[in-house]
Design a binder for this molecule. Structure first.
Ligand SMILES: Nc1ncnc2c1ncn2[C@@H]1O[C@H](COP(=O)(O)OP(=O)(O)OP(=O)(O)O)[C@@H](O)[C@H]1O
Ligand SMILES: [Mg+2]
Length: 248
């Protein structure tokens, strides 16, 4: 099956330093991919490059079989194909002075020119999907951290992405709250068929819910394996150090 995202020999440097060093990988449809690695290893850069927020220098990127980056620039197909991607960040990026509905309505109203009625119906639907029904009129400033991250996921869902890229979305949350938010991602995969790539240090979630684990090390992918392999057989000492952190 055609992968949802394919990167071939993607490179990105900041100054002299290669942050993505000839990276090739695939994200498959219907899978949860967990990206782990030390601070500064290039995890966020990988997600940002896939989302088009950071331009690589070189390499080829395909989304659902369509070439969206080649010869050092995005192709004309990018403008349309990028709609398959939604991104959620670590820090709460909701507007505190607007209601949840107003936050959720921004992109679909501006970009898709959808009617207020359609947007409200969609907002009701996505809030339900993240377990936040009845919060249309709430203000983010009054919500807990976990609730805000669920609204941030709902906001990304408004645009009907096929792939959610999540960068440490639970690192500011207490473990049980983090588990709830990550549980939302598993449900979205199961019920809505949404694929997820997430950067997280939560190896318990990786063991339970991931279909694939990528270990980033100095801008390269050192391990690309299913979680069983990654957890049981990996000889990589860096991955072991992450895995051992969840063994009791
Ligand atoms: N916009 C930028 N300008 C300059 N350097 C950058 C920029 N973005 C990232 N870097 C550098 O690239 C390297 C990789 O950064 P990246 O944010 O991808 O790492 P990370 O694996 O996500 O780390 P962390 O776990 O701390 O979030 C780091 O050394 C970082 O300082
Ligand atoms: Mg990061």
């Amino acid at each position: 099956m055609t992968p949802l995202v394919s990167l071939r020999s993607v490179t990105k440097s900041f100054g002299e330093r290669p942050v993505l060093d000839d990276v090739s990988c695939e994200l498959r449809a219907g899978e949860i991919t967990v990206v782990v690695g030390r601070s500064g290893s290039g995890k966020s850069t990988l997600l940002r490059v896939i989302a088009g927020l950071t331009e690589p220098e070189d390499g080829v990127i395909e989304l659902a079989g369509e070439r969206v980056f080649a010869d050092g620039e995005h192709t004309p197909e990018w403008a349309r194909a990028r709609a398959v991607i939604g991104m959620v960040f670590q820090s709460y990026t909701l507007w505190p002075h607007m209601t949840v509905l107003e936050n959720l309505a921004l992109a679909p109203t501006r970009v898709l020119k959808e009617s207020r009625k359609a947007v409200r119906a969609r907002a009701t639907e996505v809030l339900d999907e993240v377990g936040m029904s009845g919060h249309l009129e709430s203000r983010p400033a009054r919500l807990s951290g976990g609730e805000r991250q669920r609204v941030a996921i709902a906001r990304a869902l408004m645009m009907r992405p096929k792939l959610l890229l999540c960068d440490e979305i639970t690192s500011a949350l207490d473990p049980p709250v983090a588990a709830e938010v990550l549980g939302v991602l598993s449900r979205l995969k199961r019920d809505e068929g949404i694929s997820v790539a997430l950067v997280t240090h939560d190896m318990a979630f990786a063991a339970k819910a991931a279909d694939r684990v990528l270990l980033f090390s100095n801008g390269s992918i050192a391990v690309d394996a299913d979680p069983r392999e990654a957890f049981e057989a990996s000889e990589n000492p860096e991955l072991r150090s992450f895995v051992d952190a969840v063994r009791f």
